[in-house]
Design a protein around this ligand. Sequence first.
Ligand SMILES: Cc1cc2nc3c(=O)[nH]c(=O)nc-3n(C[C@H](O)[C@H](O)[C@H](O)COP(=O)(O)OP(=O)(O)OC[C@H]3O[C@@H](n4cnc5c(N)ncnc54)[C@H](O)[C@@H]3O)c2cc1C
Length: 357
Amino acid sequence: MKSESPTALVVGAGIIGLTSAFRLAQSGHSVTIFDPTPARGATWASAGMLAPSAETSPGEESNYALQSGAVIMWHGLSDELFALTGSRVSIHETGTLLVGWDVSDRRLVDQAAHVASSFGAACHEVDREGSAEFFTALSARITQGLFMPDDAWVDPDQAVDILLRALEVLDVHVVTEVVQSVSADAAGVQAKTATGSFSASKGILATGALNVPGGAVTSGVHVVRPVHGVTMRVNGVDRSSLPTVRAFVRGRNFYMVSRPGGYCVLGATAEERSDLSVQVGELQRLLRDALDIVPSLETATVLENRFGLRPASDDLRPFFEALPLGGWAWSSGHYRHGVTLAPLAAQWALNFVEGPA
Ligand SMILES: Cc1cc2nc3c(=O)[nH]c(=O)nc-3n(C[C@H](O)[C@H](O)[C@H](O)COP(=O)(O)OP(=O)(O)OC[C@H]3O[C@@H](n4cnc5c(N)ncnc54)[C@H](O)[C@@H]3O)c2cc1C
């Protein structure tokens, strides 16, 4: 470690911890990041959509604003990572096509159009007659939809891979262990693992939907609850040059993120539970919705299922809390949008670490 540099600890190497560690290290901090299984939490399951427009929900205007800003930041982050590693996180600016399966679902699309427009999100109606290509591979029953041009997607595996390489270039110390407890005193912050004790000036807890380590007393203002979700990965339909399909199907949400070559991420289930088991019923519902909207998935090959816990806060907003335990902050609550919000969370981490002692 560079002994004269200011030092920081980051607990958790999901997309939030990784981008935070990158931002800190790139700003001259000597960083240690801890995770027994880097990027195998919610980040692993994520579809990687950067979709502020399609994610609008009544009452969540501030979330829309945060996500829109974060999408712009992704471009800068991708450039910085390219400068450091020679690899760029590809940001696929395909937009989103939102469709409905039956009459009630189409009413949900109309409502989404209303909410998105009221937040200032660009969107307009399209139909098969005027924009036939947009409806490639979709059920013939779907003849109209809502196009949201500003949405994009990244491949989270690619982002994680490049971030890890950047951390290596920046000499970040990666400790593949659980942090069991944290503490703080006048000298700074400390983290304990099964094999060692680490100290630094400041620390960030980026533990996603999991409990913060022992000793990290939070203010109680924020709580995080896990929302279980599964994405299924298949190969066989290539809509990668077209808008990401999102649909309401019998009131449920469905999406298909299509990557070049036919790899598709189908998602996502959402259940209020904290166990990581994948249930037959949730897969059945997901596949039923998928086949209704994209019938040609019938012959697609199943690759794998991924599952994770979305970290949801009480008000569904991300938060960055300076803990009463001085020197530590807690970055969580990114819920369905953590990949999107990661560059913003990283900036909040830097502001905290470089802020007043
Ligand atoms: C099915 C699904 C689909 C999604 N799709 C999208 C999408 O399309 N777009 C989008 O923007 N977001 C999406 N999300 C949300 C996004 O994945 C999450 O908001 C984001 O991954 C949260 O990142 P994180 O780093 O906070 O948490 P995580 O990725 O869960 O990482 C937390 C890490 O902390 C580590 N950890 C916990 N405790 C400790 C400890 N004591 N010591 C050391 N390490 C510890 C864990 O091992 C884990 O690796 C999706 C989520 C799911 C589940």
